[in-house]
Design a protein around this ligand. Structure first.
Ligand code: C5P
Length: 243
């Protein structure tokens, strides 16, 4: 049975500032999405990568990936499918493109271009050892506050703190998240109709199914490129790797 990676790359990247869709922005002269595809294909276990493009952007993404072919032992088949309005919908459309012989699925944000292959392999190994869902995670540096709902608060009113969860019991989670394929399919089928922004990660949907989700150590370099400062950090990490 094969292991495949689904890369949702249909987000606009509004928080990064104006410009091209986030996945297509350059990092060290190469589009972020190309780094993310290489990071998945770098694992010898991954033989297929499904990239989920913006809804009207599949031909452009296909052309971009053809311009940056995988080489050497990073060889894997790369499919491109059009995505949806939310991350959750984009992942569901990517899962629908997987062939029947795929038993293990990784879901990896295009916005985490620098995840090291050892992290990818650790996630795959834990799924193959029997965990239905596996998430790379790190302890938090910041203390986190819970805030009250904004509904009813006037514009410009300060937010009110309603609680402080114990930091030692919190983890920041990253991708790739790894899944037994049937478990993830079932979660996406069950929660497809939910309203709003959708799930911000896939393991959360598996938790709602009642299946166990296990953690493996995350990696600092698997950080998500979200805001402009993250681009500065990503360029510095790349420069250090190339030195
Ligand atoms: O917005 P956020 O940073 O959480 O996005 C995480 C990942 O989900 C990114 O790789 C983004 O391209 C992807 N995404 C998507 N389809 C959407 C929204 C986000 O594939 N509609």
């Amino acid at each position: 049975a094969r292991t495949a990676a689904v890369i949702p790359a249909a987000g606009r990247g509004v928080r990064l500032g104006p410009g091209a869709p986030k996945a297509l922005r350059a990092l060290g002269g190469t589009p972020m999405l190309v780094h993310a595809v290489r990071a998945m294909a770098a694992s010898r276990a991954v033989s297929l990568v499904v990239v989920v493009a913006p809804p009207d952007g599949a031909p452009e993404v296909r052309a971009l990936l053809d311009d940056h072919p995988l080489t050497g032992h990073d060889r894997a088949e790369v499919l491109v499918v059009p995505g949806g309005e939310t991350r959750q919908e984009s992942v569901r459309l990517g899962l629908a493109a997987l062939p029947a012989d795929v038993a293990t699925v990784l879901v990896h944000d295009a916005a985490r271009p620098l995840v090291p292959v050892d992290t990818v392999d650790a996630v795959i190994a834990a799924v193959r050892e029997g965990a239905p869902a596996v998430v790379p995670a790190l302890p938090l540096a910041d203390t986190v506050k819970q805030v009250g709902p904004r509904t009813g608060a006037a514009e410009g009113e300060p937010e009110l703190v309603t609680g402080t969860p114990e930091r030692a019991l919190l983890r920041a989670v990253q991708t790739p998240q790894g899944f037994d394929r049937r478990t993830l399919d079932a979660a996406h089928e069950k929660f497809a109709a939910q309203e709003g922004e959708g799930a911000t990660d896939d393991a959360g949907m598996v938790e709602r199914l009642g299946a166990p989700v296990v953690l493996v150590p995350g990696h600092e370099e698997a950080f998500k490129v979200t805001r402009p400062l993250d681009l500065v950090l990503a360029e510095a990490v790349l420069a250090r790797r190339r030195a």
